[in-house]
Write a protein that binds this ligand. Structure first.
Ligand code: GLA
Length: 380
């Protein structure tokens, strides 16, 4: 009898110990997303959750509402999976004008268009101004608030499609877009974009993921190390519209040509940093080629050792250091989106290109197909 009781106590202890151990192995960012939180009707549109995984255990989830990355799990230096993209637990949380484009595709024109105006062949187009005097990320109802159609092929490839109707937020043309996410076995997330139009228009698509390579909710990104493969950037006016100049980064806080921590120079007295409230600027990529793509940036999380390399066909990279994050929303792991706890590295053509003749053109004509690709590769 005694023996049996001892055995039972032993078993119970070892079971609860195992439970504790499992608990201990859970990280603060270890959030299980439920399909139910993502099966929703938003504005009459159906949203759902998609999951990609590779043979190495990396995993990413997406919602068709904005063709967004919801989470991205990659191994850290101890082999533990860490969620490096900020997002929400429920699809409806993304439907909020205060929501600063978490993980979403922005378009048809990512970044700013000065005073909400541009002309094509002498015809002037007027867009709603949703960012002070300017239009940002396709206006109030850009593609971030659209339910794209999602089609998954196998475990690691997912294509979202959406046709923006003619004159949506003032942009000409029915613009048919696809975005294909592929999670490869070398822990890279590839994003391939395409677009066609039936009227001459402007297109500049990008992904607006907020990264924290130490894990969502793990504090600020100021100790992340960042290298940007560019020697120039596009200085802006006080409304964050490029002046048209390509300025050398050398000798300025914008010099990330050698790796340095994001926090090192961010508080320097500098007019450009003041305009952005930190970094919110487009860098001109030098064109260092890796497998025919421009090496754009290398970002390393100081706590996890997770390294992210970005490669792209695009000529520019907008680096935004999360300066407007102000604890307005609650993220997946229950933490608020505190100041500079995430950062964006958006591959793109230069801001306000439709109004700046010296910048590479973003015009898309009927009969042409816009294609571009960017890769976010994770290693240690
Ligand atoms: C972009 C802009 C920033 C800011 C964020 C969203 O990346 O460049 O100025 O508006 O989106 O908060």
């Amino acid at each position: 009898m005694m023996k049996k009781t001892l055995l039972l106590i032993g078993l119970a202890t070892s079971l609860s110990w195992t439970a504790c151990q499992n608990q201990a192995n859970k990280t603060t960012t270890d959030t299980e997303l439920s399909d139910s939180g993502f099966t929703a009707t938003i504005d009459g549109q159906e949203a759902k959750l998609f999951t990609l995984q590779n043979s190495k255990g990396a995993k990413a989830t997406f919602t068709n509402f904005g063709a967004r990355i919801v989470s991205l799990w990659v191994p850290d230096k101890d082999g533990k999976l860490t969620d490096v993209v900020l997002g929400f637990n429920k699809a409806v949380d993304y439907h909020n004008p205060e929501e600063p484009y978490y993980g979403t595709i922005v378009g048809p024109f990512g970044n700013r268009i000065a005073k909400g105006k541009f002309s094509l062949d002498g015809e002037e187009f007027t867009l709603p101004t949703n960012n002070g005097a300017n239009t940002l990320h396709g206006g109030f109802k850009g593609v971030h608030f659209a339910a794209w159609e999602g089609k998954q092929e196998g475990e690691n490839k997912l294509t979202f499609s959406y046709t923006l109707p003619d004159k949506n937020e003032g942009f000409p043309g029915n613009i048919a877009m696809t975005v294909t996410y592929t999670l490869t076995d070398d822990n890279a997330l590839e994003i391939a974009y395409s677009a066609t139009t039936d009227k001459k228009t402007v297109v500049n698509l990008t992904n607006h993921a907020y990264f924290n390579l130490n894990g969502e909710g793990s504090g600020t990104i100021l100790n992340h190390s960042l290298q940007i493969y560019g020697d120039q950037y596009t200085p802006v006016d006080s409304t964050l519209i490029p002046t048209g100049e390509l300025a050398a980064v050398k000798g300025t806080p914008f010099d990330f040509s050698q790796a340095k921590t994001i926090g090192r120079d961010i508080e320097q007295k500098d007019e450009q940093l003041r305009y952005g409230g930190g970094y919110d600027h487009n860098f001109v990529l030098r064109g260092d080629k890796v497998d025919q793509l421009n090496h754009a940036a290398t970002l390393i999380g100081d706590k996890t050792g997770i390294k992210m390399d970005i490669y792209t066909e695009e000529p520019g990279l907008q680096f935004y250091s999360g300066n407007f994050m102000a604890e307005k929303v609650t993220l997946k792991n229950g933490k608020k989106d505190a100041f500079r706890t995430g950062l964006c590295l958006e591959t793109q053509h230069f801001p306000d290109a439709p109004n700046q003749t010296s910048f590479a053109s973003t015009v898309l004509e009927p009969g042409q197909t816009y294609t571009t690709k960017s890769i976010y590769k994770f290693s240690l």
